[in-house]
Design a protein around this ligand. Structure first.
Ligand SMILES: O=P(O)(O)OC[C@H]1O[C@H](OP(=O)(O)OP(=O)(O)O)[C@H](O)[C@@H]1O
Ligand SMILES: Nc1ncnc2[nH]cnc12
Length: 179
């Protein structure tokens, strides 16, 4: 078993019926608190932003509020590029593009500064969980609204009993683990 697979199985905890009945919530906080595990998953996620020769193939890493921030920023540092936050509604101070979407447990709205991504820039989208794919698909639309190119998506866990892959269409996905 790889370090990453071992870390995910040991340090991501299932929390039944959170935040609502019927949802099994994947709690990544034990993994975040473990330096070795955090280092291993950040390194593995960064591979989605490299070409076959190991060179950085993206101009930016983007993370979605809030768990995407925790993982996305160190991935950006590892790739040697900057980080763009996509925030929940009403948190960004300047002009934004906005997308509303459904996720596994509700509905939400995400925003990006209109000038956050230079046209033509290649962007890696980083988050912790791909569930219905609503969050990732909305984020891709935000990248494209800015004129950016979504290079790929990288997540810790894909909930494969939900149609996340379908929702993100042809966006290449690296999932470090699947349940
Ligand atoms: O594939 P989906 O069904 O869209 O679900 C995945 C999203 O749900 C969670 O975020 P949440 O909105 O709960 O925000 P948080 O990171 O602030 O907890 C998770 O971090 C993903 O962003
Ligand atoms: N089951 C789940 N656990 C943690 N985060 C999620 N985001 C959407 N579904 C989730």
């Amino acid at each position: 078993m790889s370090d990453v697979t071992e870390a995910l199985s040991r340090l991501v905890r299932d929390v039944p019926d959170y935040p609502e009945p019927g949802i099994v919530y994947k709690d990544i906080t034990p993994l975040l608190a473990d330096h070795g595990a955090l280092t291993a998953v950040v390194h593995a996620l960064a591979a989605a932003g490299r070409d076959d020769d190991g060179r950085t193939a993206v101009d930016l890493v983007l993370g979605m509020e809030s768990r995407g921030f925790i993982l996305g920023a160190p991935v950006a540092l590892e790739l040697g590029v900057g980080f763009v936050p996509v925030r929940k509604e009403g948190k960004l101070p300047r002009e934004t593009h906005t997308e509303s979407y459904s996720l596994e447990y509700g509905e939400a709205t995400l925003e990006i500064h209109t000038d956050a991504i230079a046209p033509g820039s290649r962007v890696l989208l980083v988050d912790d969980v791909l569930a219905t794919g609503g969050t990732m698909a909305a984020t891709r639309r935000l990248v494209e609204s800015c004129g950016g190119v979504a290079h790929g998506a990288a997540v810790l866990l894909e909930l494969s009993f939900l149609p996340g892959r379908e929702a993100i269409g042809d966006l290449p996905l690296l999932a470090l683990g699947q349940v």
